[in-house]
Design a binder for this molecule. Structure first.
Ligand SMILES: NC(=O)c1ccc[n+]([C@@H]2O[C@H](COP(=O)([O-])OP(=O)(O)OC[C@H]3O[C@@H](n4cnc5c(N)ncnc54)[C@H](OP(=O)(O)O)[C@@H]3O)[C@@H](O)[C@H]2O)c1
Length: 325
């Protein structure tokens, strides 16, 4: 089979197309003929050996796929060959066939297409968990989403609105913010043009925001924490800018506020029933056309490295996806 291989850790330009053996599933795995592979931030980290999961070389990156079941291990009963499925693979998705652990693979709803299925679990799963279980956001509360036009950011904007929050989307370009507004954001802040704190004060009549969703870290974190309202919650989602921030602990004290960690992968593992309920909610919203993926660009397998490069260069609005087979 064809695969886009990482043979030595490095930047996306070092990935190479190669012919490799088709893998075989163990007793708890599913072999998927991949139709589409969603591109996510960890793909840029795993190829550089900067991610928490460390596959052995050579490997294909690609953590989220949709496709058709080719074969199943003997302990797998919820899907069978020929079924359309979507799955989290962590790596291996940028190939014609990929293995998924049985519990990370779900049947695709009948009317869902492969592109939507390959771009839903990771971003929407993270953002619903962050807002529901971690922030416990309530209708009428104000939510600030940083990096709002990125993968998890745009999911947070839409899910925040669906829960009934007032959503302020913050991003680096007006083009990105236009898409956020189209998908429901009530207000926007271009943080390359305006001072984040001042803009939040103006938009909230000095009150501040109830919840901050932060997938970026770095220089945005402190002004965002300082902009929390009384009993606000600051969600630590990720560090797309590369640097976790050092926050002074007097800041949450002064606001009666909480700094709340979000680790969706561990949540799905430790609280599988709640995680499945979240998925049902997400698939319901998609079916009702209340939640959608903004597909930025579709790439071929050989251009999968470019799909990762464009994400690293902050060019992507929503999701990049690679179409295979
Ligand atoms: N905690 C969890 O369970 C969990 C789950 C999923 C993802 N994450 C993390 O969430 C973060 C975002 O993931 P994603 O897939 O949504 O990524 P993404 O689509 O690339 O979005 C990240 C956004 O961050 C902003 N950004 C600011 N500085 C950046 C920089 N130096 N490099 C790249 N982006 C920068 C960009 O928006 P602007 O250009 O508008 O600033 C970009 O749209 C990652 O750190 C990821 O690991 C965490």
């Amino acid at each position: 089979m064809k695969a886009l291989l990482c043979e030595n850790f490095g930047l996306p330009e070092t990935l190479n197309m190669a012919e490799v053996d088709k893998p075989s599933p163990n007793e708890n795995q599913i072999l998927i003929k991949v139709k589409a592979c969603g591109i996510n931030f960890p793909d840029s980290l795993i190829i550089q050996d900067k991610y928490q999961f460390k596959p052995r070389l050579p490997f294909a990156p690609g953590g989220e796929v949709s496709g058709v079941v080719d074969a199943v291990g003997k302990n797998v009963s919820h899907v069978k060959p020929g079924d359309k499925v979507f799955a989290l693979t962590i790596w291996g998705g940028l190939a014609e066939y990929a293995l998924a652990d049985s519990h990370k693979c779900l049947l695709m709803p009948e009317n869902m297409d492969f592109i939507t299925a390959a771009t839903t679990m990771y971003t929407c799963g993270t953002s619903l968990h962050a807002l529901k279980q971690r922030a416990q956001i309530k209708p009428g509360e104000t939510l600030l989403v940083l990096g709002a036009a990125g993968g998890v950011g745009l999911a947070a904007v839409q899910i925040g609105k669906l829960i009934g929050a007032k959503v302020i989307a913050a991003a680096s370009t007006d083009e990105k913010l236009e898409v956020c507004q189209k998908l429901g954001a009530d207000d926007t802040i271009n943080y390359t043009k305006s001072d984040l704190r001042t803009a939040i004060k103006e938009l909230t009549n000095e009150k501040g925001v109830d919840v901050v969703y932060d997938p970026i870290g770095d220089k945005y974190s402190e002004p965002a924490v300082r902009s929390l309202a009384w009993q606000g919650r600051y969600l630590v989602v990720g560090f797309a800018a590369g640097v976790p921030s050092a926050i002074k602990l007097n800041l949450p004290l002064l606001k009666g506020a909480s700094i709340v960690g979000v680790f969706w992968g561990a949540f799905a593992q430790k609280q599988p029933k709640e995680s499945m309920q979240n998925f049902k909610q997400i698939l319901g919203w998609i079916d009702e056309k209340k939640l959608q993926q903004n597909i930025h660009q579709v790439y071929s397998l050989k251009d999968g490295g470019q799909a990762i490069r464009d994400l690293m260069n902050r060019k992507v609005i929503g999701k990049n996806v690679v179409k295979i087979n």
